[in-house]
Ligand binder design. Structure first.
Ligand SMILES: NC(=O)c1ccc[n+]([C@@H]2O[C@H](COP(=O)([O-])OP(=O)(O)OC[C@H]3O[C@@H](n4cnc5c(N)ncnc54)[C@H](OP(=O)(O)O)[C@@H]3O)[C@@H](O)[C@H]2O)c1
Length: 255
């Protein structure tokens, strides 16, 4: 897919990895619907950076744990752009919690944001993408951001890991359901950005990164490279691509 003048929705794009992907795709000429949950100031700042690249940015708030909020997000997208070519499901919650302490509400909250929301976004996106594709040769694209907890049994991330594992299987199911009009792929980042509160130049972060076979943490540009590959290659669907220095080969080393 050629991105110039195409419309991209990136969820969780106010900062961190979502922001890096939104800025990169804006640099490639796409119009960006920049979703955020609570980080309105950061979303506005990212939108201004995108506009400075000479493309449209539309910051849009939605609580992805609420299905009606997702409906409103896509209604707004229709009004603003009237088409959708690429959805990047990046927003996620990330919570460590002991097995015994997990309440029904905790389970539901993790599944709502990390699994149900990507599904509802894909379902809403697919309707729009089919419309947008009528005059296009190339399929539209969904890219889901999972993590290694979806491949490995991390301790302390029960509901999170189950949701991310579900997202990976949903990626493959959706790839079949939505072909040939829409391709669906997943990226599985490893140690790309430290969790909030951990300094990227800290010894602890270097230690975490050096546990992978390639021996160092990554950075958002590695995920962006993979995203660009998935955009460019119209013959890839249902793929799950770890971008983790090979950490998936080892079992749960950091958790
Ligand atoms: N960073 C890494 O190294 C890494 C490693 C493995 C996997 N990943 C995956 O890659 C993706 C992006 O990573 P990240 O580190 O950039 O993520 P993040 O900072 O943990 O979260 C991204 C955004 O998700 C949004 N979000 C959470 N709950 C929401 C809700 N109920 N409604 C709306 N938005 C909500 C938040 O937006 P607001 O701030 O606006 O509320 C947050 O900024 C995630 O799916 C993550 O699991 C990242």
């Amino acid at each position: 897919m050629i991105l110039r003048d195409r419309v991209v929705l990136v969820t969780g794009a106010a900062h961190r990895l979502g922001r890096a992907m939104a800025l990169a795709l804006a640099g490639d000429g796409a119009k960006i619907a920049l979703h955020y949950g609570s980080s309105s100031a950061a979303a506005e700042a990212t939108a201004r950076e995108i506009e400075a690249l000479g493309v449209e940015a539309w910051p849009v708030q939605a609580d992805l744990s609420r299905p009606e909020s997702i409906v409103a997000l896509f209604d707004g997208l229709d009004e603003r752009f009237g088409r959708l070519d690429l959805l990047v499901n990046s927003a996620a919650s990330f919570r460590k919690q002991g097995w015994e302490r997990i309440a029904v509400e905790d389970w539901d909250a993790a599944l709502a944001v990390n699994l149900r929301a990507p599904f509802l976004c894909m379902q809403a996106a697919a309707r729009r993408m089919r419309e947008s594709r009528r005059e296009e040769a190339a399929p539209a694209l969904v890219v889901n951001l999972a993590d290694l907890s979806g491949l490995q049994p991390w301790q302390g991330y029960v509901q999170h890991g189950v949701a991310k594992a579900g997202l990976l299987h949903l990626t493959r199911i959706a790839a079949r359901e939505l072909a040939p009009a829409i391709r669906v792929n997943a990226i599985v980042p490893g140690a790309i950005l430290p969790p909030p509160g951990l300094d990227p130049s800290s010894e602890r972060w270097r230690e975490i990164g050096s546990a992978s076979p390639l021996g160092a943490p990554g950075d958002p540009s590695r995920v962006v490279q993979t995203l660009r590959f998935l955009i460019a290659n119209d013959y890839v669907t249902g793929a799950v691509i770890p971008v983790d220095g090979g950490e998936h080969l080892l079992g749960p080393v950091n958790h």
